[in-house]
Design a protein around this ligand. Structure first.
Ligand code: BGC
Length: 756
């Protein structure tokens, strides 16, 4: 038996239950029959335009070092969809391919395909991974009927720096929560078996540590100690892999000075070795070539060598593999075995998707017309949006009174761009505006509407996104708009201000040094507050913002992220009290940008600062701002109120074989039915490696009628106490612990226990 056979044998036996029509033996034989060129080009990914008559492709193809012959052997295509188009492309491609090997079609389906759900950060605020699983399943269904086989999702990068625009694609700052969402989304996309109808393969990204670019500037260097990487950043990738993710994507950044796409330690030792990932590893867009610009590889040939050595199976977009791998093998610089392994993994994925049986999988024009954006999908989008909203402040201003006059003011009043920057298939015409949604609502009383200001002023440069879409209203009109809005606000009982970031201000390549609502809108906000004291802010953004001024002056603040296709109707549900808010922050809202990165699960330092308790000078603190964020992780209000009793433990001491029950009584102390997310945090008081001041270990959503009380229990067992110790192992250490239970991460409600 050759090494290759052993490798394939082992890989295919593991997945016997999922193998499609091709048997193991047939796959072996296919691989053996393929020429080196054919195998190498399985590792090449193209954009759709290279294979259709849609665009002029000769130029870019040449630039990529791709000939037509090589393109005709490619393994996969990205960024295209549509059942009719993809079926045609597949048919024509396979007819010409010497072994009739089908293409894999891949696409970024992030927060939905055509039915757009809230951005992932908003989904994180739901504290309901099962909801994201349902959203991912719908997105999978819509993409699958449109001919897509693989989605480049979920993005599971842990994030702490609100300046980084891609925080919107993450579910936040907590490794436990991110892991739950990572697994849930993978399950939602893939189901039990990716070959089943309406399922697509998931791709966990961006491996690894992409969420920690220095200074929040996209693509920037990542500096993480191995300890921090392992403790906080790796768990969510691992969770997605354990949930069965078929693919993983590399990250653009360097880690320990080595670009991820050429980082053998990260890819071979950690990903393949420790995490036992045996699926397909794809580079991020042009990331193999970018190793040249990082200053890690002298030229494209060296980049091909390094990426192949690191075990990157697919080159997204650069043509580097196609151009150089055959030569590198023939020159003896890399063993053909590396190419065989990569090609085998890619063929295996095609087989698992059932493409050798049916290369079109679920692509179906009729189903596209029936399923995409259907009523059921829209309803889920509305449910997800409602559950993603976080009520940050409410001085009795919400829900809105049905009588009286309400002025809706702000650039988000009559705006359909609320799907987030990654909704590439979603169409703004499918989105209901807030004005339309209020109009539809029976009982919204007397309502008037105006924009009041452009979305952004001259200070925000949406470079590369320029054009009418980026700047919908000319800034010159600002004066006239402001005047109209002030007039409306004066005669209204309540003003609802729908303001926030432009949807392109967060997302890839959208880092911001200032994280405030654009100044032109803040001017509007200030003027409106001068003439009306009942201002409710509905805040749109893809990231936590510095909202001190808004939070101080407005009577209520409802944060709605980028809520998606049904976002506006969901906002109306919440504003008028048909839905009582339940969302909790998945990422701290900083006091100001100078505090960033700020996250709840920090270490104590040797000089912890406790406001009011220590007044000496030499403490870890700022002179001008508090250490605490404006709104902490896990924070979010309801239209009712809840009390949580002191934490009771059933015993104060446990061994590793035992467990302790931590119990609280949660009571609805307000006048409405409502849902509270009770959160459970652990603190290991002294350990061989310092521990975070709190770590989320569980949560539970309880829905209570007014006056109703319910007991909520969390089980503390050894698994909740383990961490990466000085021995480099996940294990617990005996000693004292604190168990916190509360309604956000700032809770001080705790009880102590010992692990003996
Ligand atoms: C992004 C990836 C994405 C890829 C393909 C890159 O720029 O970083 O997240 O999947 O493009 O569209």
């Amino acid at each position: 038996m050759t090494i290759m056979e052993m490798f394939l044998g082992c890989m295919l036996t593991k997945r016997k239950d999922m193998v499609g029509k091709m048997t193991e033996q047939e796959l072996h034989s296919l691989l053996e029959e393929m020429t080196l060129e054919e195998k190498v080009n399985q590792m090449q990914q193209l954009i759709g335009a290279f294979l259709t008559d849609e665009g002029v492709v000769t130029g870019p193809m040449q630039e990529m070092g791709l000939t037509e012959e090589r393109a005709a052997l490619a393994g996969s295509v990205l960024g295209t969809h549509g059942a009719a188009k993809l079926k045609k492309m597949q048919r024509e491609f396979m007819e010409k391919h010497p072994h009739r090997i089908p293409l894999l079609f891949m696409l970024d389906v992030i927060n939905g395909f055509r039915t757009i759900f809230p951005i992932p950060l908003g989904q994180g605020a739901s504290f309901e991974p099962e909801l994201s699983e349902r959203c991912a399943a719908v997105a999978a269904k819509e993409s699958a009927v449109s001919g897509v086989h693989v989605t480049f999702a979920p993005m599971v990068d842990l994030v702490r720096d609100a300046r980084w625009g891609r925080v919107m694609e993450s579910t936040g700052e907590d490794p436990y929560m991110n892991s739950l969402f990572s697994a849930a989304m993978v399950k939602g996309f893939q189901g039990e078996d990716i070959k089943e109808p309406y399922r697509v393969a998931a791709c966990v990204k961006h491996f690894g540590g992409y969420g920690a670019p220095t200074a929040g500037r996209d693509y920037n260097t990542v500096e993480l100690s191995e300890h921090t990487l392992r403790e906080f950043y790796l768990p969510s990738y691992k969770a997605g892999i354990d949930a069965g993710a078929a693919m993983v994507m590399t990250a653009f950044n360097t880690l320990g000075g080595i670009p991820c796409s050429g980082n053998k330690w990260l890819m071979r030792d950690v990903l393949r070795g420790e995490m036992e990932f045996d699926g397909v590893l794809i580079s991020d867009w042009a990331a193999i070539e970018e190793m040249i610009y990082h200053g890690y590889c002298a030229d494209r040939k060296e980049a091909a060598l390094r990426a192949a050595e690191a075990g990157v199976d697919i080159d997204m977009m650069t043509g580097i593999y196609s151009e150089h791998l055959c030569g590198l093998v023939r020159e003896g610089k890399i063993p053909e075995k590396l190419v065989d392994e990569a090609a085998a993994r890619i063929l295996d994925l095609k087989n698992r998707l059932g493409l050798f049986e049916n290369p079109y999988k679920d692509a179906d024009e009729k189903a596209e017309a029936e399923i995409i954006l259907c009523k059921e999908h829209r309803e889920l989008a509305r449910e997800a949006a409602r559950k993603s909203f976080v009520l940050l402040k409410n001085e009795d201003a919400l829900p809105l009174k049905k009588e009286g006059k309400t002025a809706y003011i702000g650039p988000y009043v009559d705006n359909r761009h609320m799907m987030g920057a990654w909704s590439i298939i979603g169409e703004s015409k499918d989105v209901t505006t807030l004005q339309e949604a209020v109009g539809e609502y029976d009982g919204s009383g007397q309502a008037v509407f105006c924009a009041g200001s452009p979305m952004v002023g001259d200070d925000v440069k949406l470079e590369g996104f320029a054009g009418s879409e980026a700047q919908e209203t000319p800034v010159q009109d600002a004066g006239r708009m402001l005047e109209e809005a002030v007039g409306m606000a004066k005669s209204a009982d309540t003003v609802v201000m729908a303001i926030g970031e432009h949807y392109l201000q967060s997302g890839e390549a959208s880092s911001q040094a200032n994280i405030q609502v654009p100044e032109v809108q803040m001017e509007l906000f200030r003027k409106i507050c001068e003439v009306n004291e009942n201002v409710v802010v509905v805040l749109f953004s893809g990231r936590p913002l510095d909202i001190r001024e808004i939070s101080e002056k407005a009577k209520a603040v409802l944060h709605v992220w980028m809520p998606g296709t049904e976002g506006a109707r969901a906002i109306v549900d919440v504003l008028y009290g048909d839905y009582n808010p339940t969302g909790k922050l998945p990422m701290s809202f900083p006091y100001c940008v100078g505090q960033v990165p700020v996250h709840y699960n920090e270490y104590a330092t040797g000089r912890p600062y406790m406001p009011g308790k220590n007044k000496d000078r030499f403490r870890s603190k700022y002179l001008d701002i508090p250490n605490a964020p404006l709104y902490p992780f896990g924070y979010g209000l309801s239209y009712t109120s809840f009390s949580v009793s002191p934490v009771m433990l059933d015993k104060e001491c446990m061994t590793r074989e035992e467990n302790i029950q931590a119990e609280v009584k949660v009571k609805n102390t307000g006048a409405r039915r409502g849902t509270e997310t009770v959160q459970f945090y652990i603190h290991d008081v002294a350990a061989s490696v310092v521990r975070p001041v709190k770590e989320l270990k569980g949560f539970c959503k309880v829905t209570l009628e007014p006056g109703e009380e319910q007991t909520v229990r969390f089980t503390i067992d050894d698994s909740k106490l383990r961490f990466l110790t000085e021995n480099g192992r996940q294990e617990s250490e005996a000693g004292e612990f604190e168990a916190f239970v509360g309604t956000d991460s700032a809770t001080v409600n705790c009880a102590k226990f010992q692990l003996v």
